[in-house]
Design a protein around this ligand. Structure first.
Ligand code: XMP
Length: 422
């Protein structure tokens, strides 16, 4: 699909800013891919690059400077730019890419949409496709693209595991059914998940149960949809780039909605977003007419509120958390702070403490609020939400929820903390 556009290859020597360089190139509407410096000549040639950039970066030190590329960048007969020690914003790169290399600036959102739809149609033909809708921006964009491409051949499944935020299931269903006419199947699996989670307090065990149960429900849905041949997944480009590198040991067992069910043999995967960065997915979402409440939505983990309700997950605790979380998120929006935080949410700690209300002793839950800013989710800084906003939120939460008598704000960066509490 991308071959129709002039392509730039960035050879990444383990620099921290390779993705930033790629985003700068793409912001000029020039298509660009990041390959590890270990990429073979065949892999690079397959992209037929019109220019190659080497990204060792100033900030990545000794080891990356010593790395040698597997293929000689000069051997491809196209201009090569070594970005070491150079800023890589779009304006700095433009003279090289447009002036010197004469690359066409035709990789636009509209072009992406047309090509992605044509691609899905070509891959799927007249067969059936299955998609797990999470309500997040990635699966939403996939759903609209796939629906435009193959219409009724698409089965779109939304598994409500009971761990969603306030009003989320209703919003997702109404947007996709009413606005886009997608026949979204809303599977009410709340009792299944919550019964499985009863009495389980260990965070990793909870994640595992949620992940496995999700796959089980999804398999059943696939069976009742006549075992479609293709599965649509919302994989995005950072997942691909990062899995191409050595990577570290995961800190938590991530569960991703849309994870491949093991017992169903799909003929193939359709991953329309696998070359897009998150910001680009959001632009595509808006261009497709997906409302900003979904297009700009903050990331939400696959296991949902299950990892924000510490210890055993119960219906009562989830109801408290949903309400406290909705109050905090609304306050962030009201204060116009949503651009300053990449993620902001409430956590129901398993902790209860002594308080006082109407002259009587209470023994109630502590709610923690967390807001972080991050560009890559590998590290993050807590956002200094103004004290007045926190005070208002604390007042509203304790007034609305007698089960809560203490509200605290998490002032820990990642590391040493993680973004989620479990
Ligand atoms: P942590 O807590 O590891 O989170 O600092 C980093 C980012 O990943 C999200 N997260 C998940 N996303 N499935 C997901 O799809 C998961 O199991 C999961 N666990 C954490 C988290 O919200 C943050 O954006």
């Amino acid at each position: 699909m991308t071959r129709q556009h002039d392509t730039v290859v960035i050879l990444d020597f383990g620099a921290i800013n390779s993705q930033a360089a790629a985003k700068s190139v793409r912001s000029l509407n020039i298509y660009c891919e990041v390959l590890p410096c270990t990429a073979t000549a065949e892999r690079i040639s397959a992209l037929a690059p019109k220019a190659i950039m080497l990204q060792r970066g100033a900030a990545c030190g000794e080891a990356t400077l010593r790395r040698q590329p597997a293929a000689d960048p000069e051997a491809f007969g196209v201009p090569v730019l070594d970005l070491a020690d150079r800023a890589c914003d779009a304006e700095t790169l433009k003279p090289f890419l447009v002036g010197q290399c004469g690359l066409k600036q035709d990789w636009t959102v509209a072009a992406f949409i047309d090509e992605a739809i044509a691609d899905i149609r070509r891959t799927v033909g007249d067969r059936k496709v299955l998609l797990a809708m999470s309500g997040g921006v990635d699966s939403s964009v996939c759903a609209v693209l796939a629906h435009r491409a193959v219409g009724r051949q698409l089965t779109c499944v939304f598994v409500d595991h009971g761990l969603m935020r306030k009003d989320e299931p209703q919003e997702v269903c109404s947007v996709f059914r009413d606005r886009f006419g997608i026949a979204l199947r809303h599977v009410d699996a709340r009792d299944r998940f919550l019964d499985k989670l009863a009495g389980v307090g260990d965070p990793e065990r909870k994640r595992k149960i949620i992940g496995e149960e999700f796959i089980r429900v999804f398999e059943e849905e696939a069976r009742s949809a006549g075992e479609p041949d293709y599965l649509v997944q919302g994989t995005i480009y950072p997942d691909i780039i990062e899995s191409g590198w050595d990577g570290g040991k995961p800190v938590k067992a991530h569960h991703n909605v849309g994870g491949l069910p093991k017992n169903i043999a799909f003929k193939g995967l359709v991953e329309p977003l696998k070359y897009l960065f998150k910001d680009e997915v959001r632009q595509v979402a808006l261009a497709l007419g997906i409302p900003a409440s979904i297009a700009m939505r903050q990331p939400f983990p696959g296991p949902g509120l299950g990892v924000r309700c510490l210890g055993e997950v119960t219906r009562e605790k989830l109801d408290i958390l949903r309400e406290a979380d909705a109050i905090f998120r609304q306050a962030i929006l009201d204060a116009g702070l949503e651009q300053q935080a990449s993620q902001y949410f409430a956590v129901l700690t398993g902790n209860r403490s002594v308080g006082v209300s109407n002259d009587a002793r209470t023994y109630a839950y502590t709610v923690a609020l967390r807001a972080v800013k991050t560009s890559d989710f590998m590290t993050a800084r807590f956002v200094p939400v103004p004290m007045e906003v926190l005070e208002t939120v604390s007042g509203k939460i304790t007034a609305a929820l007698p089960q809560v008598n203490r509200v605290v704000y998490d002032i820990t960066h990642k590391p040493p903390a993680t973004i989620e509490w479990e």
